[in-house]
Ligand binder design. Structure first.
Ligand code: NAI
Length: 792
């Protein structure tokens, strides 16, 4: 063909990236890999094939990890952990920096191997995955350096078991391994069975640049191997990225074990385009949102919500743009989309698209351009005009398929966007800054991109809400996932509470005391318990003091409904919340004598102890009143022209189950940080002395606490905790008490993957400084990162 003819067609020639080095590395291992444990490869065993998605050819075999393999890896990690953790942070920083440099030196090899093994385009592995991996290690080298200064008192968690998916194999390794190692943890990582090769290469090269043996171990295998890792008793922390289904299994499996857990799960992220958006920019946005990485992205903008006035124009431009997308060999530098990771995933996508069409959606796929027929390729796809009830509108397709629907008003857009069991990310397109930021603030997601999409950086916490999981990865927000708070470092198990034996009632002809039965406090009103049962409250010596209502499932439901309704507390300004908390403290101070007497009579220990508890409780209320308008988010400055605003958002409706001891102080210590940050609470007070909570009703009534923000349901802690834990409209649960209570709450929390904060039965010293402050506020909020780019 002549040059003139080339100009005529402007067609792309093939521009393949060389794969000799990558295949050479596989060959140097005879195409068969063992696990990487304690600084070396084990002999290959129980082989499973790993395929090249673009051709279907076998690329290599990896080993399926058995219980013994997992045990060996965990033991190696455990043996290395103490030394690794006691190394000064600045020395660990050197190691992380060496890893970053190693990735940069071998960037091409990693990029090609990743493209071969996963099927994603070299353009992406070369320009996105690998540079971000290096960025992650450099960033976390910095955290290691600063650890002692920035996180005083915090210790590493220990041995981390990390399980990652196949969509960003090396990048997910970096997201998990960099923070773990930076803060003094050691790691056993299980890559996804389809894409283990770059993890094995990474571990091998890490050892060559001096990472001590045992600090990073790789166990390959399928879900079963992952489950063995999660189960291992010497794992202290589990970090998982993958499907919500497996995330749920892991939550159940680890319940009550005391293993720290972070889950980064699926999504169905909205991509909202308003009529004043830069439409061409937004069309390019869709390309990056759903056709990047073949749409196999947990935060993919897969639900297009289009403002009705521009919907038709927008779709026309998008369809035109789809025609120019090139699908082809991942190693071809001129293609936009590579192969789907595996035929089974391809089939799943095809089936879901068929279902969408059956539900009435209009199918759009490019009419020109070749989609290779061998290998597992799927064209860029749009399902236009889907109905909200269609499976494709609600389920994660995890492929290059966008669905679109329309909206009329910003309120409707917000409603549609938040109408999802997921809450990972959202993208908002509008040239009006006030509209875009208003909608961003109202997104029920962990990440929002304004006029942009799929931005990620090591400094900005990544993670979701609702069934998209919990915990953040990256930056300061993510650091705490790999640090153990000083809270319980020396704690012992708390002594169990046994109800006192009632004293015999002395009969007689004098007038009995006026009967008093404390009710429940729901929606700002004192309410009789639904079951109409009450039980006596006795002093520690068994004397009858008063009766208290026994709340049941229905009372909890009513309290949760009241809390849900009370969004004025969440919407109130931080200044306003501070004022109310100060006022509450002031009104409580006015009742000092009465509260001290109650504490002394029911809890025992005399007036001096009661006085101490009261004073400390008051002080704590003042502390959180003070914090209410000072526990603020941050502004990140990621490497883009713009900022990412890390906002603190309340969890929502939170259940609080108080331990039996220090009934006033523990209740205030648990409820006040939640209230200060704008949560609404349903509190189950101490079973030993619930009267101290019921005495609070009148204080709440006179302190401008809005009805429904603070609800109190007395009754059996275990029974009421179970109802709160399984309630789908409770966003968080803080439960302090016995180890069994913790296990029960974590297991039942899988219903909606609520955030739990439990103590595994370890006694908190409520008088210590650790029992209050930023650690507690941090657990009261989720961080939402709103990315705001600058420029025209
Ligand atoms: P998956 O959740 O089964 O696999 C992710 C990782 O977990 C892999 O390493 C796997 O071996 C491991 N695993 C599987 N079962 C396990 C268990 N019981 N215990 C411990 N580890 C276990 O995801 P899969 O099957 O690869 O993909 C299925 C769907 O999940 C996708 O279609 C997509 O919707 C979603 N997904 C979401 C991802 C995300 O980034 N949020 C990533 C991958 C998949």
């Amino acid at each position: 063909m002549s040059v003139a003819e080339f100009f005529e067609t402007m067609d792309y020639g093939a521009a393949p990236e060389g794969d000799t080095e990558a295949r050479g590395w596989i060959k140097s291992h005879q195409g068969a890999f063992g696990h990487f444990i304690d600084g070396r490869f084990t002999e290959p065993s129980n082989p499973i094939d790993t395929f090249e998605p673009a051709t279907g050819a076998v690329l290599a075999t990896i080993s399926k990890g058995s219980r013994a393999d997992v045990d060996k890896a965990v033991k190696a990690a455990k043996a290395a952990q103490k030394k690794w953790a006691t190394m000064p942070g600045r020395d660990r920083a050197r190691h992380l920096y060496a890893l970053a440099r190693m990735v940069q030196r071998h960037a091409r090899l990693f990029a090609v191997l990743e493209a071969l093994d996963n099927g994603k385009p070299i353009r992406e592995t070369r320009d996105i995955d690998v540079p971000l991996v290096a960025r992650h290690f450099t960033h976390h080298a910095g955290w290691a350096q600063l650890q002692e200064k920035e996180f005083p008192g915090y210790a590493p968690v220990g041995v981390a078991g990390q399980i990652i998916p196949w969509n960003f194999p090396l990048l997910m390794l970096a997201w998990k391994v960099a923070p773990a190692l930076a803060f003094g943890n050691t790691v056993v990582l299980k890559p996804a069975e389809w894409t283990s090769l770059t993890a094995l290469l990474f571990a091998e090269l890490a050892t060559q640049v001096g990472l001590p043996p045992g600090v990073l171990n790789i166990i390959t295998g399928e879900g079963e191997t992952g489950a063995l890792l999660v189960d291992h008793p010497e794992i202290d922390k589990v970090a998982f990225t993958g499907s919500t289904e497996v995330g749920r299994l892991i939550r159940k499996q680890t319940a009550g074990s005391g293993k720290a857990l972070t889950l980064e799960l699926g999504g169905k992220s909205p991509f909202i385009v308003f009529d004043d958006a830069d439409l061409d920019g937004a069309v390019e946005g869709v390309v990056d949102a759903i056709w990047f990485n073949q749409g196999q992205v947990c935060c993919a903008g897969s639900r297009l919500l289009l403002h009705e006035p521009i919907a038709e124009t927008f779709l026309a431009r998008l369809e035109k743009r789809m025609e120019t997308l090139r699908v082809g060999a991942p190693l071809d530098k001129t293609i936009d989309m590579g192969a789907i990771v595996a035929p089974v995933q391809h089939q799943r996508i095809a089936d879901l698209v068929d279902e969408g069409v059956k539900d009435g959606a209009r199918l759009v796929q490019p009419t020109v351009g070749q989609v290779p027929t061998s290998g597992s390729f799927y064209p860029p796809t749009l399902l236009a005009n889907v109905v909200t009830s269609s499976t494709v509108a609600t389920e994660e397709i995890f492929g290059p398929v966008a669905v679109s629907m329309t909206f009329r008003t910003p309120d409707e857009a917000v409603q549609l966007a938040n109408h999802s069991r997921y809450g990972l990310a959202a993208s908002v397109w509008s040239e009006s800054i006030s509209l875009a930021l208003e909608v961003a603030a109202r997104m029920d997601t962990g990440i929002v991109w304004v006029n942009d999409t799929n931005m990620m950086d090591a400094a900005c916490g990544f993670g979701g809400k609702k069934e998209s999981g919990f915990g953040r990865e990256g930056g300061r927000e993510g650091a705490f996932a790999y640090l153990r708070s000083p809270l319980w470092s020396k704690a012992k198990l708390r002594a169990a509470w046994t109800p006192p034996e009632p004293m015999p009632v002395a009969g007689g002809f004098s007038a009995p005391a006026i009967d008093r039965t404390a009710k429940l406090y729901i929606g700002g009103k004192q309410i009789r318990p639904d079951g109409n049962y009450s039980r006596p409250v006795l002093t520690s010596k068994g004397a009858h003091v008063a009766d208290v209502g026994v709340g049941n499932r229905k009372d909890i439901r009513n309290a949760v409904a009241a809390a849900r309704k009370s969004d004025s507390w969440t919407k109130a300004s931080a200044h306003n919340r501070a004022q109310v908390l100060f006022y509450l403290a002031e009104n409580l101070a006015a009742r000092e004598q009465e509260f001290i007497e109650r504490l002394a009579s029911v809890s025992g220990g005399g007036k001096t102890k009661a006085h101490k508890q009261f004073e400390q409780s008051l002080d704590r209320l003042f502390l959180y009143a003070a914090y209410a308008d000072k526990f603020e988010g941050r502004v990140h400055e990621p490497p883009l022209h713009g900022v990412a605003i890390a906002m603190h958002e309340p969890l929502g409706v939170v259940g609080v189950v108080c331990p039996h001891e220090e009934p006033l102080l523990a209740m205030v210590s648990l409820a006040a940080p939640l209230l200060a940050t704008g949560n609404r609470v349903v509190v189950v007070p101490s079973e030993a002395n619930p009267l101290i909570a019921t005495d609070l009703y009148s204080v709440l009534e006179t302190s401008d606490v809005p009805a429904g923000a603070f609800n109190i349901v007395t009754g059996s802690s275990n029974e009421l905790a179970a109802v709160l834990a399984s309630h789908a409209d409770v966003d968080g649960l803080w439960a302090f008490g016995s180890p069994e209570l913790s296990a029960q709450c974590e297991a039942l929390s899988v219903s909606n993957l609520k955030r739990t904060f439990v103590d595994y039965g370890r006694a908190t010293d409520w008088y210590s400084d650790d029992a209050a402050g930023e650690e507690w506020l941090r657990r009261s909020v989720d961080v939402k990162n709103v990315w705001v780019p600058y420029g025209e």
